[in-house]
Design a protein around this ligand. Structure first.
Ligand code: NAD
Ligand code: ZN
Length: 242
């Protein structure tokens, strides 16, 4: 396994470092993963609720589930991994942050403009017109569009839906520019995000992976740092300043 020194070396030499984060970075903030037992809410699992069809058939139950998740996340705090990335962004060490997470913890940690490939639990969009809005406390009843009165839905990507194309376009511009990408807390199995690091590598960029376990990315990563993101990132940050 590679060392933090080698990682710091890459970071020192990188001219355009970007990061990709997944559910693992929020694990130490106690955000549920919605996998296995963790994914159950009443008798439902996430794959039955996070779909356009579920929302068409029963918007009340889907919104109730989102309100419950919003309540859980409202009680979670960004951890040292989120905070370190926000600090690096602020200092210009990190150019762009791409996240698959919908929990909003990067925002709360101070990251200014993360590219949200799966949307955000706190953003809403109209099911009829182009209205988009944002809330900061959990919904308490079925939200309606202030412009056309149609139902509002969470502005997140559901199973069976495509990723927002404008965001994806931006992501690919960044992947082409990057000469290093740090991939933190993602299983590297959900497409298309799983292939993002490969785009960077294809044009000579380096991949640093931070994960508590081996993933399909590990074999091709230049550096694999095994451990918790909330512990490793502050350690890397400390060495970066030596
Ligand atoms: P995943 O659940 O498939 O993989 C999480 C990865 O994080 C695993 O490889 C695991 O080993 C690693 N990990 C766990 N704890 C860690 C820690 N403390 N430090 C470093 N690594 C750690 O997550 P994914 O790849 O993001 O894909 C799941 C999808 O579900 C995503 O697309 C996401 O949109 C969605 N999701 C989001 C959230 C959230 O917003 N927090 C939570 C659950 C699921
Ligand atoms: Zn509307």
């Amino acid at each position: 396994m590679e060392s933090i020194e080698e990682c710091v070396n890459i970071l020192h030499n990188a001219e355009y470092l970007i990061a990709l984060t997944g559910a693992g970075i929020s694990q130490e903030s106690n955000v549920p993963t919605f996998r296995g037992q963790d994914g159950l809410w009443r008798q439902y699992n996430a794959m039955e609720l996070a779909t356009p069809n579920a929302f068409r058939q029963n918007p009340e139950i889907v919104w109730e589930w989102y309100a419950w998740r919003q309540g859980l996340i409202a009680n979670c705090e960004p951890n040292p991994a989120h905070l370190t990335l926000a600090k690096w962004e602020n200092e210009g060490i990190l150019k762009v942050l791409i996240t698959q997470n919908v929990d909003g913890l990067h925002h709360r940690a101070g990251s200014k403009n993360p590219l949200l490939v799966h949307g955000n639990l706190w953003d809403l969009k109209c099911t009829h017109c182009g209205y988009r809005g944002s809330i900061s406390t959990p919904v308490t009843r079925l939200p309606r569009c202030p412009e056309c009165q149609a139902l509002l839905r969470p502005d997140v990507v559901w199973f069976g839906e495509g990723l927002p194309s404008k965001v994806l376009d931006q992501v690919f511009v960044e992947l082409e520019r990057a000469d290093a990408i740090m991939v933190i807390g993602t299983s590297a199995m959900v497409q298309p995000s799983a292939s993002f690091p490969l785009v960077v590598q294809r044009h000579g960029g380096q991949i640093i992976e931070v994960n508590i376990e081996v993933t399909p990315l590990t074999a091709i990563a230049d550096i694999h740092l095994r451990g918790k993101a909330g512990e490793l990132l502050p350690q890397i940050d400390k060495q970066l300043r030596h």
